[in-house]
Write a protein that binds this ligand. Structure first.
Ligand code: UD1
Length: 419
């Protein structure tokens, strides 16, 4: 069993280079299935979700050539299988993007029901509603999603709620459909724009990504033959921004898109931290105890649910009592039990949690309950007095490349140990 051992407290100081976005990469890779050709993808985060997605693509007939640890060439000329490796697809959430892509390319696909972090109910009814509107038949048989279509014909799809995954999936299905697909009440996250940019670079005709209405004019073929670089990871950048504040450190976070992080910047300023933007770098520092603040998670451009546990660590150490309302996921406060083992005073009930700020956290043995919870526990371990051991690292490795090396570069006393 692996664990991270952190001895603190250490203010995080120095410069950090943000990797490509996980949530973009895990959609761009399935999107390559729409290409009848070869493409090159750069700035891919080298994380387990990406490596598993590559294995799945190979299972469907794609040829993948790793040029370096963050660049691959994908040859999707010969996609000869319409049953995805079921066990692999059950391991993570984004395997649902295989449905939209393969419906587009082969009009048929069978995948395992998507897995991923346990954040409460994670239905895919909006995805299915979209595929059916385009003419597909979707059935759940023995825990697998089986989707097929005679042909896909563009249609207007209104999302009942703002869903990142459903927006991307319907966009994928619309690329090679006949006619025009319109997605109303679409999600606007930066990686939706990134995936649309990737597909357009390869020959698609998608307009309006990043707004409430996305219009996809179907094309007959994506030729590929291009190189695309994945957008920097907004959530990784935000994780380090909040790590700087929680540890009362001083970080320059490089390779980010500051506009994607405006709500984090605003919250950091509200709680008494400092933020300076310089091109694609963000300088964040904090030399006082943060002020209390209330946070409500919302779809982009609101405060991202994927940074909720990380700001939870900051508010655990703030002056006064703060409230977080989680409006996206039912069960995203499991990490608060772990922080309480470290001396935090958090009362979570349903979709809200009350954080009574404490002066110090103390080292303890804790369990990463999901990916972002794991990142939050690393920040907590860096801030805490004494030694923290973090278990369940597979969650963290799904989404952060070289996490302990990056924290070590910033001064953290952190080691990965195999027991
Ligand atoms: C994506 C991200 C995840 C992030 C989340 C919200 C990936 C791989 N994952 O997840 O890290 O936490 O966005 O920013 O990109 N919903 C339905 N029916 C559906 C789809 C969603 O009811 O068919 C609900 C969900 O239960 C949830 C809300 O809509 O309450 C938002 O979910 P969604 O945006 O779809 O999240 P994911 O795409 O799964």
């Amino acid at each position: 069993m692996e664990k991270l051992v952190i001895t603190g407290p250490t203010p995080l100081k120095g410069e950090i280079f943000v990797s490509g976005a996980k949530n973009s990469a895990v959609a761009i890779l399935p999107a390559t299935l729409l290409i009848d050709g070869i493409c090159t993808i750069k700035n891919l985060p080298n994380i387990s979700d990406v490596r598993i997605t590559c294995e799945i693509l190979e299972g469907l007939g794609a040829k993948i050539n790793w040029i370096d640890k963050n660049t691959i060439e994908v040859d999707t000329r010969d996609i000869n299988n319409t049953i995805a490796p079921i066990d692999l697809t059950r391991k993570f959430r984004a395997s649902y993007y295989l449905i939209g892509s393969m419906l587009g390319r082969k009009k048929e696909i069978e995948v395992g029901l998507p897995g991923g972090c346990n954040l409460g109910a994670r239905p895919i009814d909006q995805h299915i509603k979209g595929f059916e509107a385009l003419g597909a038949k979707v059935e759940i048989i023995s825990g697998n999603v089986c989707a097929r279509a005679e042909k896909l014909i563009g249609n207007t799809v209104y999302m009942d709620m703002v869903s990142v995954g459903a927006t991307i999936n319907i966009m994928l299905a619309g690329v090679l459909a006949e006619g025009t697909t319109i997605i109303d009440n679409a999600a606007k996250e930066p990686h939706i724009v990134d995936i649309a940019n990737f597909l357009n670079t390869m020959g698609a005709d998608i307009r309006g990504a990043g707004t409430d209405t996305i219009k996809i004019n179907g094309v007959t073929k994506l030729k590929g033959g291009q190189t695309y670089s994945v957008v920097p990871d907004q959530i990784e950048a935000g994780t380090f921004m909040l790590g700087a504040v929680a540890s009362r450190g001083d970080l320059i976070i490089k390779n980010c898109v500051p506009e994607h992080l405006e709500c984090i910047t605003a919250k950091i300023l509200e709680i008494g931290g400092n933020v300076e933007i310089n091109g694609d770098s963000i300088h964040v520092w904090c030399d006082t105890k943060p002020n209390k603040a209330n946070v409500k998670t919302l779809p982009y451009p609101g405060f991202p649910t994927d940074l909720q546990p990380q700001i939870g660590v900051v508010l655990s150490l703030a002056d006064g009592t703060s409230i977080i309302n989680e409006s996206i996921w039912e069960s995203r406060f499991q990490y608060t039990n772990e922080l309480n083992k470290m001396g935090a005073k958090i009362t979570a009930q349903g979709k809200s949690a009350i954080f009574e700020g404490v002066d110090n956290l103390y080292g303890a043995s804790v369990y990463s309950t999901d990916l972002r919870a794991g990142a939050a526990l690393i920040i907590a371990g860096v801030c805490a007095t004494g030694t923290t051991e973090i278990y369940n690292l597979h969650h963290i490795d799904r989404g952060y490349e070289n996490i302990e090396e990056k924290f070590r570069l910033l001064g953290a006393n952190i080691e990965r140990i195999i027991e």
